[in-house]
Design a protein around this ligand. Structure first.
Ligand code: FAD
Length: 316
């Protein structure tokens, strides 16, 4: 079976959920090989990768890889593309993953597809383009297909793989050492899931009305185990931090469930959330454009509906 490389996303040695999704997707197309770059590899990481079907794990766990930004991962993958001739390379369509994908395409003289929300036979990708305004099916026509897949596009399913380990060393070029990491600032980790990876997102917009009122959005999110998002109107008003902005100039999310409360549904907001599997809109204006997109809509005042919804969920 054709080998498919999957770049592992990990934090503090733990494999991130998006990698399990990519392994699941890769299994439907060939034989997945995980590529671990940077320190932190452990028996736990290996068994997690095995549990989701990695037949092989390429391990390049030198500390040096983490000393430089993005480029070492690209050099490692380029080396593996040359030595293993995989059928495709899958990375997560995160900010870093997309940069890796673009640079790798240049380095290997291959085509790249970003923001894929599905990948089928012949590596034909479903892709969300033009700020999410259009969905197209695309295929790489040159070199090794490099595909950046959005988190939450595939449901991760376990299936045992051999996870045969192969140590790889990568000697970094001077170009790869051009930007050195000087400091890592740990983001405060709340109890909520990471926005870009969350399976459920509850977002608030201008209709929320104030920073204080975002507590009702947070409460609903917490009852659902969801992440909190916000429209740009809400972040620009200073009601919620910019890092939680969803949309063209914010984060792109593809959760199973997206709840938009007091958000009109501007094209720039849609760009960041319209590939969500199920969209629920709560808006007092029945003509709000978000209802064109929503699978379920509630017309009414979010200040009443959101707390009622949280209460109902808490009862269950
Ligand atoms: P509004 O459009 O003002 O909508 C508020 C909604 O709340 C209305 O539909 C109203 O009926 C409803 N409402 C009010 N009160 C209540 C209530 N009590 N109960 C229920 N509903 C209520 N926007 C983003 O979100 N993300 C981006 O990344 C982004 N990038 C942009 C990039 C560019 C270059 C530009 C030009 C714009 C960008 N925008 C972005 C802004 C975007 O165009 C909209 O202005 C923004 O999304 C509007 O946010 P909103 O829906 O919260 O506010």
């Amino acid at each position: 079976m054709a080998e498919i490389l999957v770049l592992v996303e990990h934090v503090d040695g733990a494999v991130k959920k998006v990698t399990l999704e990519l392994l699941t997707l890769a299994r439907s197309l060939g034989s997945p090989s995980a590529v671990w770059a940077g320190p932190g590899y452990s028996a736990d990481a290996k068994s997690k990768l095995a549990e989701y079907g990695a037949e092989k794990v390429y391990v390049a766990d030198s500390a040096e890889i983490a000393d430089f930004v993005v480029a070492p991962k690209v050099e490692l993958l380029a080396q593996l593309v040359s030595s293993a001739s995989p059928a495709a390379v899958l990375v997560a369509a995160t900010a870093e993953g997309k940069e890796v994908a673009g640079r790798l395409a240049i380095k290997t003289d291959s085509g790249v597809i970003t923001d894929a929300v599905g990948l089928g036979d012949g590596f034909v990708a479903e892709q969300s383009i033009f700020g999410g305004g259009v969905n197209v099916r695309s295929k790489v026509a040159k070199g090794t297909p490099i595909v950046a897949v959005r988190p939450n596009s595939t449901a991760p399913e376990p299936s045992t793989g051999a996870a045969a380990e192969e140590q790889v060393s990568v000697s970094l070029s001077d170009a790869a050492k051009a930007a050195r990491v000087v400091e890592r600032v740990k983001q405060e980790k709340g109890a909520r899931p990471e926005l870009a990876e969350a399976a459920i997102v509850v977002s608030g917009g201008r209709g929320v009305g104030s920073a204080e009122n975002f507590s009702i959005i947070e409460r609903l999110a917490d009852t659902l185990g969801a992440a909190v998002g916000a429209s740009r109107a809400a972040t620009d008003a200073g009601w919620y931090p910019h890092q939680f902005q969803v949309g063209q100039t914010g984060k792109t999310v593809s959760p199973q469930l997206y709840i938009a409360a007091g958000i009109s549904g501007a094209i720039q907001h849609r760009a960041g959330m319209q590939t969500a599997k199920t969209i629920v809109a709560i808006n007092k204006d029945p003509e709000a454009p978000i209802f064109e997109l929503a699978d379920f809509g509630v017309v009414g005042d979010l200040h009443q509906i959101v707390p009622q919804l949280a209460e109902e969920v808490e009862k269950r």
